[in-house]
Design a protein around this ligand. Structure first.
Ligand code: GRF
Length: 216
């Protein structure tokens, strides 16, 4: 990732797209950051409507349109994202795993936001899993994407104590508030070249100007 303050961002989203909206509202067109592409596996995703309303290029890549071949779909999606100039790919509620081939096109530049404190409660329905377990501490993780299920190196985590939470509605508004602060912050770090995997430890992600300078 370049250390110049300029970054072209692609967003992948399958659903309502509130995280996409947070990026549109808080980082798009500021500090050299622009969202250049929004892609989905779901042509009906509200996220695509939000992108269109913001004047952003959109495309959908369903598995069905590639004869059920996930890797062919990912190849087509990567090619389109590259055509738009994407340098960082943000998975914001994208409900598909991406293939190794896709990740190879964007080395160390695909990130995801997940609504739990990983490695607890990976996969779908993370908040329901946490409620069922009876945890008192909930949270959000922004992490690099690898070929596993929510297993890539952690970039940022924030937690919130909710000892009395019983229902999804007791938790989700807090999770969304955290996500909508965290993702824009992480994208700003990337734009400033302030995210780096430690040379001494492949799972440790250095963030912020001091940590990165120390590695130089
Ligand atoms: C978020 O909670 C995110 O953590 C998870 O999917 C949800 C997407 O929400 N991966 P939205 O579509 O951004 O509103």
């Amino acid at each position: 990732m370049s250390s110049e303050s300029s970054l072209k961002v692609a967003v992948l989203a399958s659903g309502t797209g509130t995280n996409l909206q947070a990026l549109i509202d808080q980082v798009h067109g500021r500090d050299g950051i622009s969202i250049v592409a929004v892609a989905s596996d779901n042509p009906e995703a509200q996220a695509l409507e939000r992108a269109t309303a913001a004047g952003l290029p959109t495309a959908s890549f369903t598995r069905a349109s590639h004869s059920g071949d996930r890797r062919a779909r990912d190849r087509a999606m990567a090619a389109w994202l590259r055509e738009q100039g994407s340098q960082l790919v943000v998975m914001a509620g994208y409900m598909q795993l991406v293939s190794e081939e896709f990740l190879d096109r964007f080395p160390d530049a695909v990130i995801n936001v997940h609504p739990s404190l990983l490695p607890a409660f990976a996969g779908i329905d993370a908040v329901s899993q946490a409620l069922a377990y009876g945890v008192k501490l909930f949270g959000v993780t922004v992490h690099f994407v690898d070929t596993g299920l929510d297993t890539g190196p952690v970039i940022m985590q924030r937690a919130i104590e909710l000892p009395d939470a019983r229902e999804l509605d007791d938790v989700l508004p807090h999770i969304h508030t955290l996500e909508h602060q965290m993702l824009p912050e992480v994208v700003r770090w990337f734009a400033r070249g302030e995210v780096r995997i430690a040379s001494t430890h492949p799972r440790r992600v250095l963030v912020g100007p001091l940590a990165v300078a120390r590695e130089r």
